[in-house]
Design a protein around this ligand. Structure first.
Ligand SMILES: Nc1ncnc2c1ncn2[C@@H]1O[C@H](COP(=O)(O)OP(=O)(O)OP(=O)(O)O)[C@@H](O)[C@H]1O
Ligand SMILES: O=P(O)(O)OC[C@H]1O[C@](O)(CO)[C@@H](O)[C@@H]1O
Ligand SMILES: [Mg+2]
Length: 553
């Protein structure tokens, strides 16, 4: 069954286009359906415009088989998350124990309305279609697990990030205090711990103080994701709620686990809590630990500034995290105001000649006698690769190992001034592991708590999802949405312009680079549609593609 979009009355042109593409059926014939009746599970056979939808929303055919997309009035689209009842139709429900909880029962409207959803795009125009929405997170009136039936486990994967222990703590305490769950296990050292280590029983008492420490008390690792072995263990041990904390790779792993669980028809909810210090996870406003990381990066920048100011022609160079996205470098630079140049992976730069980095350094030293450079680890990889043969090494998860841009720049800058016989000093600081290892700051602690609670409410309600804040509201996002793209700094957005104006650095971009970046944005915002596509659905998704709230603030 396909659902229909009821067009806004003033969008006559669009209405006619839709009529044509819907085979001539007029909008007035599209009787408004009750919302529940419009919910459709997309499958290869059941949805006539699947190809259009897939292209428009960058959903691969494999992912589309798991997508749950429904439409409402005025171009409203709900990109919903899977639920246990999708494949276990007779599953019983129970009243939410929170309704009798002394702390929560006094809240006037504690339970979220089943139909509450959150728009991906909040900046709209008068005639905008409503676009893509995600299911609002929060406690539901009815849950799909009885408290004493729940056997939950928690795993952390990927690199460290401030706040991991807070999320672990709040998952354990939230499950126990809100839902009276007392069978909770920690999986040790990442995904491989599902099948190669003992599961650790954890209680609110054992995790009471852990949020004050950096790292993860459960241990973490890269690699070792063996879906079959992991799900065999989940099944054998009777685990029915799996909480998975980790970055983009980890969420891809969570999706694989979900698919295998569903294939086996198990009553198991999978809840992903996105973690990435690089802040590169798509859709969500910001990942936990990011603010703590930016704050800690200030200390490295301050030290670099002190070193630079205390020497003749002193340069302080700080390398910050960010393999593919320069968010930490950009925000740390904007926060500091001592930085003269910020280099990120998204913005290409060059060393020599007119407008190049070396010329800018010379100019800055002449003016100020010192300068501070911040470089994201993924910046300039293409230019280093031209001078150093790279061996394309990967870590255990398959992530490309990067060449050290900080070290390379240090040598290049030194050599340049030596050849010009100019006295200078450069101090290179790489604070990566010092930043990653700190405990989260106060605001990240609160953020981690809310994410953990939202994850628990969603799992208890029978959903499988990645939890995340979208436009300031907690939501349940389909796994494929957060794993299919990466969040990046848009160099054509105002935030990057603010940075350029604060550092006064050259943009290093040619008109061709700018045109290409604009074209890439345009294509990302308006994906091409195949002929015969349902324009209504495609439009809704096309609008959403431009709305990553990390880009434009
Ligand atoms: N495509 C994938 N399918 C299944 N598992 C995956 C996939 N990609 C990564 N994983 C698993 O997820 C775990 C973490 O992945 P990775 O090391 O890339 O870190 P991450 O979660 O992306 O975090 P970060 O990059 O922020 O440190 C690893 O155990 C890895 O095997
Ligand atoms: O040395 P590791 O643990 O592989 O992690 C390094 C990577 O992890 C990250 O901090 C992301 O977690 C990246 O910024 C960095 O490249
Ligand atoms: Mg990653």
């Amino acid at each position: 069954m396909a659902s229909h979009i009821i067009l806004p009355p003033d969008d006559e042109e669009q209405r006619q286009r839709d009529e044509e593409e819907d085979g001539g059926q007029s909008a007035s014939e599209h009787a408004p359906l009750p919302f529940s009746a419009m919910c459709v599970r997309i499958s290869r056979d059941s949805y006539p415009n699947l190809r259009a939808l897939r292209n428009a929303s960058a959903v691969s055919l494999a992912d589309a088989a798991y997508a749950k997309i429904s439409e409402g009035d005025f171009g409203y689209v709900l990109d919903d998350v899977p639920h246990l009842a999708d494949y276990l139709p007779d599953i019983p429900t129970y009243p939410n124990p929170l309704q009798d909880h002394p702390a929560y029962s006094t809240v006037k409207q504690y339970f979220v309305n089943e139909d509450d959803t959150v728009p991906q795009k909040v900046v709209v125009q008068k005639n905008s279609r409503r676009g893509v929405h995600f299911r609002r997170a929060g406690p539901r009136q009815r849950v799909y697990f009885e408290s004493d039936e729940v056997k939950a486990c928690i795993v952390t994967c990927g690199g460290l990030c401030p706040g991991l222990n807070t999320v672990i703590r709040e998952l354990v305490c939230g499950l126990s205090h809100m839902y009276n769950v007392n069978k909770i296990y920690g999986i040790q050292n990442g995904y491989k711990g599902f099948y190669s280590s003992n599961y650790l029983a954890v209680t609110p008492k054992t995790v009471n103080d852990i949020h004050k420490r950096g790292g993860t008390v459960l241990g973490t690792s890269r690699g070792g994701h063996d879906t079959k072995k992991i799900v065999d263990n989940i099944q054998d041990r009777g685990i029915n709620q799996v909480y998975i904390i980790g970055g983009d790779g980890t969420q891809k792993g969570a999706y694989e686990i979900y698919k295998e669980i569903r294939k086996r028809g198990l009553k198991v909810a999978v809840a992903g809590v996105p973690k990435t210090i690089d802040n590169d996870i798509a859709i969500i406003d910001k990942s936990f630990g990011f603010d703590s990381a930016v704050e800690e990066a200030q200390r490295a920048i301050d030290s670099a500034h002190v070193e630079a100011c205390s020497a003749e022609n002193g340069i302080g160079l700080v390398k910050l995290m960010g393999r593919y996205s320069g968010f930490i470098a950009m925000y740390a630079t904007l926060a500091s105001r001592d930085v003269d140049c910020c280099l990120i992976p998204e913005s290409p730069f060059y060393m020599d000649g007119e407008g190049g980095l070396l010329q800018y350094i010379e100019k800055r030293l002449k003016e100020n006698k010192h300068m501070v450079i911040v470089v994201a680890e993924g910046a300039g990889q293409d230019i280093i690769a031209k001078s150093i043969p790279s061996s394309d090494q990967q870590d255990a998860s398959g992530n490309k190992l990067l060449l050290d841009i900080g070290l390379w720049l240090t040598h290049k800058i030194k050599d340049h001034f030596k050849s010009k016989k100019v006295e200078m000093t450069i101090k290179y600081i790489d604070p990566t592991y010092m930043i990653r290892a700190i405990p989260s700051n106060a605001s990240d602690n609160v953020y981690c708590t809310l994410l953990a609670h939202s994850a628990i409410h969603g799992a208890m309600a029978g959903y499988s999802f990645t939890v995340g804040m979208v436009n300031g509201r907690h939501t349940y996002i389909p796994f494929y949405r957060v794993t299919s793209t990466r969040n990046k700094v848009k160099i054509t957005d105002r935030m990057w312009a603010r940075l350029l104006s604060s550092t006064n650095q050259p943009s290093f971009l040619s008109q061709k680079d700018i045109d290409e970046a604009r074209e890439a944005d345009r294509l990302a915002n308006k994906p091409p549609l195949p002929s015969g596509a349902n324009q209504s659905v495609a439009n809704a998704f096309g609008q959403s593609a431009s709305s990553s709230s990390n880009g434009e603030i």
